[in-house]
Design a protein. Sequence first.
Length: 377
Amino acid sequence: MKKIQMVDLKGQYDKIKDTVNASIQDVLDTNTYINGPVVHEFQKNLEQYLGVKHVIPCANGTDALQIAMMGLGLQPGDEVITADFTFAATVEVIALLQLTPVLVDVDMHDMNISIDAIRKAITPKTKAIVPVHLFGRTAHMDVIMEIARENNLYVIEDNAQAIGADYLSASGVTIKAGTIGHVGATSFFPSKNLGCYGDGGAIFTNDDDLAHMLRGIVNHGMYERYHHDVVGVNSRLDSIQSAVLNVKLPLLDIYNATRRTAASLYNQAFDGHANIITPSFDANKNNHVFHQYTLRIINADRNGLLEHLQQKGIPCAIYYPIPLHAQKAYKNERYLEDDFLITNQLVKEVLSLPMHTELDEEQIQFITSSVLEFLEK
């Protein structure tokens, strides 16, 4: 059995190395490292894949979120509601822009932002909601958009973990995650479902005026060289990263399907176990693309299981061990522990197992048998 990786980027690269190397060589030969033709080609390809009018590439996923908020004209003191159970980048950019982060609890079933918690958190100062499609599963976007319309709020989708996921709307229309709200943001960090070989990100919108604003912001506020029309930043997706992404984008649906197959095998092995709650999903649908495969370990020693797996050479991780409301940088006296009962429970239970496109059945069998071995002691 080959060595088990949490994310096997080398194995994935080996299958596409000739095409990737040739694409990178084209950039080196043309010396078009910034805003070269391959960047615009990737932009157009991603627009077509997502079915969205505008893709604005940028330097990373954190920038994508920040620039989206800048483009919407949010002002210091405006309140932005987002999930407590996620990576810090989501709340980080809110704080950096001197907006007011309002962290709320998540839903136990899918670990995405709680609809009830959103409703309770809205005040006259609320200007936006940032749902995070956590671990690759789409949030409850129909209801979130309805709440936004009722309260005249913006919706900014954090799609860093769910590129390629489908959302089946109440009207029966399938829409790609990240293109449902007023604006969406994603990351192309190497370990993402669509990852480059460095940093990269993008912003999505169907709003022509907003897209124009965003294109200026990512380029120092310039639409014409040395004419700075808006306050901007320097955030560009470079040509080499675009070259890699152009090769991998046509494979994204295959990659995501491979992840769902691995998730199905995991779920089958753990089915009915008293100490394991597996992520629920429909294997015939694409609403979960499994950026992470995350279990809940109940009435058992989660930390002991983690150590057991690591001792057997199986990488695993806890995403996320500390809620955002308990992080030193984001603590606030307005937060009450009773408002985060689910998040506080999840951080004690969650455990993410290896998940990537190169997992094989032998590896999954070894991983699952090792989990069961510990829990059945």
